[in-house]
Design a protein around this ligand. Structure first.
Ligand SMILES: *[C@@H]1O[C@H](CO)[C@@H](O)[C@H](O)[C@H]1NC(C)=O
Ligand SMILES: *[C@@H]1O[C@H](CO)[C@@H](O)[C@H](O)[C@H]1NC(C)=O
Ligand SMILES: *[C@@H]1O[C@H](CO)[C@@H](O)[C@H](O)[C@H]1NC(C)=O
Ligand SMILES: *[C@@H]1O[C@H](CO)[C@@H](O)[C@H](O)[C@H]1NC(C)=O
Ligand SMILES: *[C@@H]1O[C@H](CO)[C@@H](O)[C@H](O)[C@H]1NC(C)=O
Ligand SMILES: *[C@@H]1O[C@H](CO)[C@@H](O)[C@H](O)[C@H]1NC(C)=O
Ligand SMILES: *[C@@H]1O[C@H](CO)[C@@H](O)[C@H](O)[C@H]1NC(C)=O
Ligand SMILES: *[C@@H]1O[C@H](CO)[C@@H](O)[C@H](O)[C@H]1NC(C)=O
Ligand SMILES: *[C@@H]1O[C@H](CO)[C@@H](O)[C@H](O)[C@H]1NC(C)=O
Length: 546
């Protein structure tokens, strides 16, 4: 069976991908396991992004120029994205970039020697892990990856700040999304939603794209959108972008929710992928699966008939809380989520197409959780409990299909991220690992949340407004900094380059492998000084052998 095989390796400061045709892996038994490897990292993108779009953290200056010139002198710049590059170069480039721009603490001196020892250490770890993965599809391989695996969720109230409007488009947002589409051929999907969707209303007479009602304490009370909102989504996102629209449940006004749905269908012909009803409904009205379903089911049914949908068009749940572990207990069964809602009959009218749950690794919504939302923890403690595949397998996927489960909103640190944690290269690596690990568990798509100034989302939150620190870019100047692109954007390019034009790619976590409770476990007990290694393999069974 012709198989294209790639490996992605992540380390604290290093990431790479390799591929070779079936069979070659078995002979790659040299003392340097990386010598035979086609390393692949979108370094050129990173480089041009740095130059043109201003990837930096936290600010340009001397170290930034050093990093840039190191990349330019050490890495061949003439190659196209697909030309193999020197593996050392990849490691060094990442380490230097991370260190020199101050994204990862304590690695900005003696660059040359730290580059060498990082590379040596990396090669050693790869050897120990047996880097030459199986040339044929392992049992733990995923289903076929969805081309929009790495997608976005943009907070409703700030969507226009991201994309601009038709008379004043945001060019940075347009280019960054287009970069991803260019690599895959299909755009990342966009979910327009979040907490402000539950206070968003339709007003056909509104001339502006959007009006956010902010009271004199700075709290965002509600949001009104008009035709120009959908015009902007249609005209300014890459052509063909599939959009999920989060409708307002919390106001408990069916007529007004229907009005938003109706205008979206009119304003975005062939682009509405799905509607959600409510954002994180497990955080209001003390909903049980039963009384949630008693509202959700008739709403989805009546909207479907009002808009003449002939197929299921709704995305269920969008719940906030992580599923409890173990999953088969009374408490876990009582949680509101896709599994319990389906059991309560939410899909009796056959309206559910997808199921979405949200996940944030850490939080700065309150001081207790803020205390542990640190960069070392983010790098060390990559525990992905939010999926609990066992739970999903026999319900959601059985009922709705293999691609039905999505993470409709996620990021590193909830309540808008944390300065020095979420805007670092560390988050970029966390992000890459999270996406690949989730993909290896058959999560179909993950929508990375991009947020704006929610000064009073929680009374005890750390942040005081401005754009979220976890965003991949700032589309406009704001309280937290000027327009810029953050290192995490490179993780999205990495995923885009991994998938490329393939429509039959599968992934498996080769090392350290899937854990029994489906957490990702890092080696060396999360010892950040020796780094953490995880290896992903990719197979494309339709690819001709080389
Ligand atoms: C479009 O954006 C520009 C710049 O922010 C603003 O001045 C203008 O009022 C907006 N137009 C609409 C229709 O929202
Ligand atoms: C938004 O909230 C303000 C203040 O409570 C209220 O006056 C206004 O009617 C609300 N807007 C909508 C569309 O409900
Ligand atoms: C829903 O909103 C409309 C428009 O504001 C209003 O006329 C109607 O009374 C509301 N319905 C409910 C059930 O609150
Ligand atoms: C749902 O049921 C729970 C438990 O009986 C109750 O506390 C809550 O108020 C109900 N919510 C709604 C919206 O009916
Ligand atoms: C949905 O439609 C049914 C049948 O027409 C109607 O009885 C019910 O009141 C509607 N529900 C809502 C929330 O509009
Ligand atoms: C739905 O179909 C009916 C009957 O064919 C038609 O009158 C109505 O305009 C359609 N509605 C939409 C939103 O397409
Ligand atoms: C989930 O279902 C698939 C397909 O039926 C099966 O191959 C896989 O082993 C199941 N995974 C778990 C964790 O139960
Ligand atoms: C993912 O789906 C594939 C194909 O159905 C299956 O073989 C695999 O066991 C699934 N993985 C998990 C973790 O359920
Ligand atoms: C999953 O297992 C790991 C290793 O045994 C453990 O550290 C972690 O706490 C477990 N996670 C949950 C959610 O039980």
């Amino acid at each position: 069976m012709p198989v294209l095989f790639k490996l992605a390796l992540l380390k604290l400061y290093a990431a790479a991908i390799r591929r070779f045709p079936a069979g070659r892996g078995t002979s790659a038994d040299t003392s340097d396991p990386l010598s035979d490897v086609d390393f692949y990292f979108p370094f050129k993108d990173l480089q041009s992004q740095i130059q043109s779009a201003n990837i930096l953290c936290p600010a340009p200056g001397g170290p930034y120029d050093t990093a840039l010139s190191l990349i330019t002198t050490n890495c061949p710049s003439s190659g196209t994205d697909n030309v193999p590059i020197n593996p050392c170069c990849t490691q060094d480039m990442l380490k230097d970039l991370a260190g020199a721009v101050g994204c990862v603490q304590g690695s900005d001196t003696s660059l040359a020697s730290s580059m060498q020892s990082a590379t040596k250490d990396f090669i050693q770890q790869c050897q120990q892990a047996g880097v030459n993965g199986p040339p044929t599809l392992p049992e733990t391989a995923s289903h076929t990856l969805h081309p929009s695996l790495a997608s976005f969720s943009i907070e409703t109230a700030f969507f226009i700040m991201y994309v601009g409007n038709t008379t004043s488009p945001n060019i940075l947002t347009r280019d960054l999304l287009q970069n991803i589409k260019d690599r895959i051929g299909i755009p990342a999907e966009i979910r327009i939603g979040g907490i402000t969707a539950d206070s968003t209303f339709w007003d056909p007479s509104l001339e502006a794209a959007i009006f956010n009602f902010v009271d004199n304490t700075g709290a965002l009370i509600n949001t009104t959108i008009g035709w120009e909102f959908w015009d902007a989504a249609r005209e300014l996102l890459p052509e063909g972008t599939q959009i999920t629209v989060n409708l307002n449940l919390e106001s408990l006004n069916f007529t007004r929710a229907l009005a938003v749905a109706e205008s979206a269908v009119q304003g975005l012909p062939n682009q509405v992928a799905a509607f959600e009803i409510g954002n994180e409904p497990d955080h209001y009205f003390s909903f049980t699966a039963k009384n949630y379903s008693n509202i959700w089911e008739p709403w989805s049914k009546n909207i479907s008939s009002a808009l003449n949908f002939t197929t299921p068009k709704f995305q269920l749940a969008a719940t906030a809380d992580d599923p409890l572990w173990p999953y088969n207990t009374i408490a876990a069964d009582a949680q509101l989520d896709c599994v319990s809602a389906l059991a309560a009959g939410v899909d009796d009218a056959n309206t559910v197409e997808w199921c979405s749950e949200h996940t944030y690794q850490y939080s700065v919504c309150d001081p207790t959780r803020t205390a542990i939302a640190t960069l070392p923890n983010l790098m060390r403690n990559i525990i992905f409990i939010a999926v609990s595949n066992f739970r999903l397998n026999n319900t959601v996927r059985k009922q709705l299909g293999s691609q039905a489960f999505v993470i409709g909103e996620y990021n590193s640190v909830s309540c808008s991220g944390r300065d020095g944690v979420s805007n670092t290269f560390g988050q970029a690596l966390w992000l890459l690992d999270t996406i690949f690990y989730a993909a290896s568990l058959n999560v179909s798509r993950l929508y990375l949340h991009q947020g704006g100034p929610l000064a009073l989302q929680s009374a005890t939150q750390l942040n005081k407004g401005g754009f979220s620190f976890y965003d991949l870019w700032y589309p406009i100047d704001n309280l937290n900094g000027p327009v810029q692109v953050f290192p995490s954007y490179s993780a999205y390019l990495f995923v885009a380059d991994t998938i490329g034009s393939s429509r039959s790619l599968k992934i498996a976590n080769i090392y350290p492998g899937r854990q029994t409770n489906e957490s990702t476990i890092t080696t060396a007990g999360g010892d950040t000084s020796s780094g953490q290694l995880v290896i992903y393999g990719f197979w494309d069974e339709s690819h001709p052998t080389g």
